[in-house]
Design a protein around this ligand. Structure first.
Ligand code: NAD
Length: 356
């Protein structure tokens, strides 16, 4: 497929190829859709096997950001950037040069941290352009997004409990968390404080000890996470874990966690969960707290407002699950439609010209 055919199949507005041989920079910025606002999404740095892989990745990820911001009700569009190269070769000059390319877009694209990019890299971008988020809290940035992400996940879990059991009350409910890193640890804290009974799975014994010492609960081994007779499974580690191997093991009626790309195949695995009457809170809906946190940085709102906004994920998750029921679709498909309907509605109202 040619690049323009790919742009048309993903429905992109603009893709910018950036090259600065003097600093070894090869980057691609994809602006997917700016109907709702400037395209925001992180920059990842990877030694892609081929340029075609980099193009595919940036197109796929930037479209995902449009949907995530739209469902979360934010005034942001979707974008993403990739720097092609080995992350161990990065330099100040490379990120400053990249910052200047971002600057040429005049705010149509705003960047943030992503895979293999750091607060320091964002700092170097900031030396050249203001269209960057994710600097340290000490420098006016929004700081670690994990507590906000976990707060949104906590409220998404409450929404699933309400749909399944008629009450959002977490007290006495059993929740198993896979991955007790940044997000999983904070989620355990909120759930513990609300009276949930917790179990954890992680490949890191250090992380497991930390969470058990802080909040009590049991440690699960191997596939026990999938087989757990719990009210909620909360995947907060890695993607692809809901798949043809694990779905037959599931006994919990709810899957609601912070990890990205939980379904190995969105359509196939989403349909299998629907058939088994398992409520799945789509990952990009329930883990939008990180994006909400960055948005609060752009608006200079502060952490308290970010937490309040993340709590609204309760309503969004409920709306998506109920829409899926009414339309007889998977929750992932219902979430996509919520995004598309908001985009179309805002697009329509922009037909009216207003003086600027
Ligand atoms: P993290 O690296 O701090 O924590 C991940 C944890 O998962 C670690 O403790 C790790 O040991 C564990 N883990 C890794 N592989 C595992 C496996 N196979 N089985 C069990 N445990 C395993 O990462 P994080 O920031 O907490 O993010 C967790 C997930 O949430 C990721 O998918 C991330 O993309 C997503 N997410 C995070 C944020 C955020 O604000 N940090 C926002 C949105 C989405």
């Amino acid at each position: 497929m040619s690049i323009f055919e790919q742009l048309s199949s993903y429905d992109h507005e603009q893709v910018v190829f950036c090259r600065d041989e003097s600093v070894g920079l090869k980057a691609i910025i994809a602006v997917h859709n700016t109907t709702l606002g400037p395209a925001l999404g992180g920059t990842r740095m990877l030694d892609y096997p081929s340029e075609a892989d980099a193009v595919r990745d940036v197109l796929r990820l930037s479209r995902g950001m449009t949907y995530k911001a739209a469902v979360a009700g934010l005034d942001l569009g979707g974008g993403k950037a990739v720097i092609i190269g080995d992350p161990t070769t990065k330099t100040e000059q490379m990120f400053r040069s990249f910052g200047r390319f971002i600057g040429t877009l005049g705010g149509r694209y705003i960047t943030a941290e992503d895979m293999n990019t750091t607060v320091e890299d964002m700092g170097n971008i900031r030396r050249e352009t203001r269209w960057v988020t994710g600097s340290e809290a000490a420098h006016g940035g929004s700081g670690d997004p994990s507590p906000v992400t976990a707060w949104g996940v906590f409220h998404g879990i409450r929404a699933c409990l309400e749909v399944t059991y008629g009450s959002p009350d977490v007290s006495g409910r059993t929740v198993v968390i896979q991955g007790v890193g940044n997000v999983g640890y904070w989620l355990a804290k909120y759930l513990h404080e609300a009276g949930a009974k917790l179990s954890y799975a992680d490949v890191s014994s250090r992380r497991l000890t930390r969470v058990v010492d802080a909040f009590g609960g049991k440690v699960l081994e191997g596939d026990e996470f999938y087989r757990a007779e719990a009210d909620v499974l909360a995947p907060c580690a890695i993607g692809g874990i809901i798949n043809t191997r694990t779905i037959p093991m599931l006994r919990a009626p709810i899957i609601a966690g912070g990890a990205n790309n939980q379904l190995d195949d969105e359509r196939r695995d989403g349909e299998a969960l629907t058939q088994r009457n398992i409520s799945y809170a789509p990952d990009y809906v329930i883990n939008a707290g990180g994006l909400i946190n960055v948005y609060s940085e752009l608006k200079s709102y502060g952490r308290e407002k970010a937490m309040q906004d993340a709590a609204n994920i309760f309503d969004t998750v409920k709306r998506v699950i109920n829409k899926a029921k009414v339309e007889g679709s998977t929750t992932a498909m219902a979430a996509n439609r919520v995004a598309e309907e908001r985009l179309a509605a805002v697009q329509r109202l922009k037909r009216v010209w207003v003086p600027s």
